[in-house]
Design a protein around this ligand. Sequence first.
Ligand SMILES: Cc1ncc(COP(=O)(O)O)c(C=O)c1O
Length: 394
Amino acid sequence: MFEKVEDYPVDPIMIGADYFAQDPRADKLNLTVGIYQDGDGNTPVLHAVKLAEQRLIETQTSKSYLALTGDAEYCRALGHQILGMDIYDSLVAAQTAGGAVALRVMADLLAQIPDSPTVWLQTPTYGNYVPILIAAGARFQAVPYYDPILREIMFEQMLDGLKEARTGDVFLMQGVCHNPTGADMKPAQFDALLNLLEKKGVVPWIDLAYLGFAQSFAADCDMAHKIAARFPECIICITLSKSFGIYRDRAGALFVKTNPQDRAHMQRALSAIVRSGASHAPDHGPSVVRTILEDASLKKLWLSELDQMRMRVTKVRKDIVATEARDFGRNDLGYLAYQSGMFSLLPLTVDQEKVLTQNHGIHIVKGGRINVARLTANDIPHLIRAFHSATSNS
Ligand SMILES: Cc1ncc(COP(=O)(O)O)c(C=O)c1O
């Protein structure tokens, strides 16, 4: 029977990790990973998380099942933090195993709506959206978002592509620190996009994965807040993997703003979809997050640790640009200083990507994505030299 199983495409990020493991060179460099790393190449457990975990061990009295949509207290603490109390009352909420499950639950729901809406996606965007939408059986179409060669957002082309969207369709965008481009819309562009979505009756779907990595946790929630305050219906998916450094503990949430008369049946729909798929979300990561958000001193500590992660990423970006100018007399990578978050795209052809990996041992995600958080001070000149060599030889 299993011989009939078709060959499944594997996420390029995972393929990249495999290639890296097989590379025998001692000085190889893995820029494929989608996690924060400090200057020593570690992904530390935050002190605030450790303290919250200790508190949970001492105080937790049961590990029985939660509701299918999770711990209402966790959803409320998170929703209040990100969107504010007033908006939270108009939402349907579910605790999910990270952001990927929040996305999948929503994709399932959209696919099951009669005359299901089309989900409009940016190109390029997070590599797991399409597999999730396909697995759910949801309809989707793409509009341009970013030109890696020009190193800029294709804003007019994106709006132009959305002219085809129908009322009731959905536009899936990211909050801050766009993955994989690092290029976020300017506030005026974001406002113009919302004007268009509103005019066309397209429902915004915002995916928040890097809150705190652009300007600050509070400022990075602005886009979601603006959407939820303005639109009668919208979708918000969140992962806390990066903001709390709890990748494997799987903390996320799905918030859906609905018209008041739709809330009860939407809550039942979300419960039913969760039951038949992911079933109950894990508790540990979300309980850590709730404990931190509900305690002023833990929250202060967490926010300062998040600030440190953001400042490191910003510094690496600036160091790349300064090193290229000072030691190489060039500014090919100057755009990195204006982008945000862990990821950016190197403007490379497929052949140039191969040169980077084969000749220089630098592993990046297909399409040119690098994780700047992975770079140590010594890696920076190595990357610049390899990039110049790859782009001048082919
Ligand atoms: C934009 C975006 N959305 C969602 C996710 C999924 O997060 P998680 O792995 O916590 O489910 C990621 C993870 O990298 C991401 O970059």
